[in-house]
Design a binder for this molecule. Structure first.
Ligand code: URA
Length: 246
């Protein structure tokens, strides 16, 4: 490597560290979230320990076209058994330039019928939460770990997740949001490679290939456990803060 290149790289890495530091500053007001210095330390630790490969330096030029290529490649997918019972593939919906990507588990009945993510009861709650933040579905991007409905809305099996994950990964790589929100355990576990319950994962910023990832309760869980809505609201505020910073 010549001197110019290594100097450039050093400057870039200093700037990246400075940016990480500045985006780590905590603006307060969230009792469930760690205090400013702890949050910054946690970020630094997570970043330094992360075994995940970094994203390519330059973001994709035309994310809308790339998403459409990915969808075309997915095609009339028959890579796993879920194809046999699905009505429609639910690829994802929203802005290719979204600052926030929400990842759920897999389509339910309504999603399977309409071919769109989170349009059933849980989706209505997600819409309400987005509205409360001043966002719409068109501002963000919403997708799932698996693109076909598991029968009776069961949790997707590992082999089903394994064949579908590469498509999710490419969607996130393409959109390259400022923050990822993992809705529920399936998304959090498969993106982070961990198995703790969401109640233990939430309230802390994790990282997916350098992108802050905030796990929160799945809207369907919130419908069954409304007392957890205030915790989920704190998570959304943290997501909003991360989406606006940096
Ligand atoms: N639950 C999910 O995880 N995803 C959807 O799209 C709908 C319900």
């Amino acid at each position: 490597m010549d001197v110019d290149n290594s100097l450039q790289q050093e400057i870039r890495s200093h700037l990246a560290r400075l940016r990480w530091y500045l985006t780590g500053l905590y603006r307060g007001g969230m009792e469930h979230w760690p205090a400013r210095t702890e949050a910054a330390d946690a970020r630094r630790q997570a970043r330094d320990d992360s075994p995940q490969p970094a994203l390519p330096e330059n973001p994709p030029q035309n994310p809308a076209a790339i998403l459409s290529d990915i969808q075309q490649e997915l095609g009339d997918c028959k890579r796993c058994r879920l194809h046999a019972t699905r009505s429609r593939i639910v690829f994802g919906e929203g802005s290719p330039a979204a600052r926030v990507v929400f990842v759920g588990e897999g389509p339910g009945y309504e999603e399977d019928q309409q071919g769109l993510p989170f349009v059933g009861r849980a989706g209505k709650l997600l819409d309400k939460m987005l509205r409360a933040l001043g966002e719409t579905r068109q501002d963000v991007y919403i997708c799932n770990v698996v693109k076909c409905r598991p029968p009776n809305n069961r949790t997707p099996n590992n082999d089903e997740v394994e064949v579908c994950m590469p498509f999710l990964i490419r969607q996130i790589e393409t959109i390259r949001p400022r923050v990822i929100c993992a809705l529920g355990a399936c998304a959090a576990h498969n993106l982070l490679g961990v198995s703790k319950p969401v109640s233990q994962l939430r309230g802390k910023i994790h990282y997916w290939r350098g992108i802050p990832l905030v796990p929160t309760f799945h809207p369907a869980y919130l419908l069954r456990n409304p007392s957890q809505k205030s915790a989920a609201w704190q998570d959304l505020l943290e997501i909003q803060r991360l989406a606006r910073s940096g």
